[in-house]
Write a protein that binds this ligand. Structure first.
Ligand code: NAP
Ligand code: G4F
Length: 343
């Protein structure tokens, strides 16, 4: 019997990589998708098999983290061995515009799902997508012992989710863990997060379709890793003997300015000729520096990030150039990691 997993946020960056990973490992994968008037499954279309086909191992179910009753019904029906809660309003800047919605999805959504696990009476392991945004104003390096000080409605909602996950572990003996993940990116990254915004613009400028790129704070320091590697860490957390919380990070600092330079340099352009300032991209409160210490994940889970920010920038720029130049393919990161190392 293959294991069954349930993923909220399966249509997002991480959900798509996690679904891929679990299918490769022989899992039956069930994903929660939101009903939308347009298709919102482009990141997982390549994985989809018609459920009438007996070889189908991926199944999609309509639902929403705001709808607790639906979550109970679904979990009782699917009876998964593992639940990955990746669904969220995940954009920090947007959370200042939509604080209530962010609290409802990114915060209360987590307790709805935990309650659904409890009320449906299933035995399952639970992964919560916690975030380095929890550290907010606390200076780096940050590890599992570092105090939290969130700086946005998104960070505050994730803080609630972190604690409620821990509480269900302690109160009900649930195998529930927090993965405290530092920023991780890929060619599937949402287009308005800073790395992807930069690499898409570099591609467009390179092929002559764009002149300028408007940006906010270039001084922020982030610890940027490659998303495909981080989903392996999520899975490992649920295979451990005991439930615990782990930081996943590269440990390498990089400013937004550094990432601009790396991306523009790669195609032979000077970033300073194209980047302009626009205060609409500033946040009312900023997180200045996130640099993770992933020692615990390395020692206890054997997990390590291997892709450095310079490789990440090259990988994303190439994928965006290819997408612009010829592909009908929506996500062109089939390029193997190995071939990147050779370049
Ligand atoms: P993402 O690309 O923005 O994906 C978010 C997913 O959540 C999408 O599938 C989205 O569905 C779904 N979603 C949004 N609102 C929902 C709702 N009300 N009910 C059900 N599903 C909903 O995010 P990501 O980068 O993959 O990140 C995955 C998770 O890790 C998120 O919880 C994020 O906050 C957290 N995280 C991310 C990072 C990072 O650097 N990427 C770091 C730390 C933590 P639609 O496709 O329909 O919009
Ligand atoms: O790419 P960002 O929008 O990501 P941010 O705020 O670090 O959040 C991401 O990582 C978190 C983990 O630490 C996740 F929990 C969260 O879900 C999300 O995935 O911005 C990165 C930095 C910020 O300091 C921002 O102020 O880039 C700066 N920035 C400068 N100009 C910009 C821009 N960010 C965006 N999105 N757009 C700009 O034009």
């Amino acid at each position: 019997m293959s294991k069954r997993a349930f993923i909220t946020g399966i249509t997002g960056q991480d959900g798509s990589y996690l679904a891929e990973l679990l299918l490769k490992k022989g899992y039956e994968v069930h994903g929660l998708i939101r009903r939308a008037s347009t298709f919102n499954t482009s990141r997982i279309d390549h994985l989809y098999v018609d459920p009438h086909d007996p070889s189908a191992k991926i199944f999609l179910h309509y639902g929403d983290l705001s709808d607790g009753a639906r979550l109970v019904t679904l979990l009782a029906e699917i009876d998964p061995d593992e639940v990955y809660n990746l669904g969220a309003q995940s954009h920090v800047r947007v959370s200042f515009d939509e604080p209530e919605h962010t609290a409802d999805t990114t915060g209360t959504g987590t307790v709805r799902l935990l309650e659904a696990v409890r009320l449906s009476g299933i035995e399952t392991r639970f992964y919560q997508a916690s975030s380095s945004e929890l550290y907010g104003a606390t200076p780096p390096p940050q590890n599992e012992e570092t105090p939290f000080y969130p700086r946005s409605p998104y960070g505050a909602a994730k803080l609630y989710s972190y604690w409620i996950t821990k509480n269900y572990r302690e109160a009900y003996g649930m195998f529930a863990v927090n993965g405290i993940l530092f920023n991780h990116e890929s060619p599937r990254r949402g287009e308005t997060f800073v790395t992807r915004k930069i690499t898409r613009a570099v591609a467009a400028i390179k092929v002559g379709r764009q002149e300028n790129l408007y940006m906010g704070n270039l001084d922020a320091i982030r610890d940027w890793g490659y998303a495909a590697e981080y989903v392996e860490g999520m899975w490992r957390m649920l295979q451990a003997d005991e439930p615990d919380d782990y930081v996943l990070a590269t440990g390498l600092p990089c400013t937004v300015r550094d990432f601009l330079r790396l991306s523009f340099d790669y195609v032979g352009l000077n970033w300073e000729n194209h980047v302009r300032f626009d205060d609409r991209y500033l946040r009312p409160t900023e997180v200045d520096a996130l640099i993770g210490d992933p020692t615990k994940a390395r020692e206890k889970l054997g997990w390590k990030a291997t892709v450095r920010p310079d490789e990440l920038a090259r990988l994303m720029v190439d994928a965006d150039i290819e997408m612009l130049e010829h592909s009908g393919r929506p996500w062109s990161d089939e390029v193997s990691l190995e071939s990147w190392r050779e370049n």
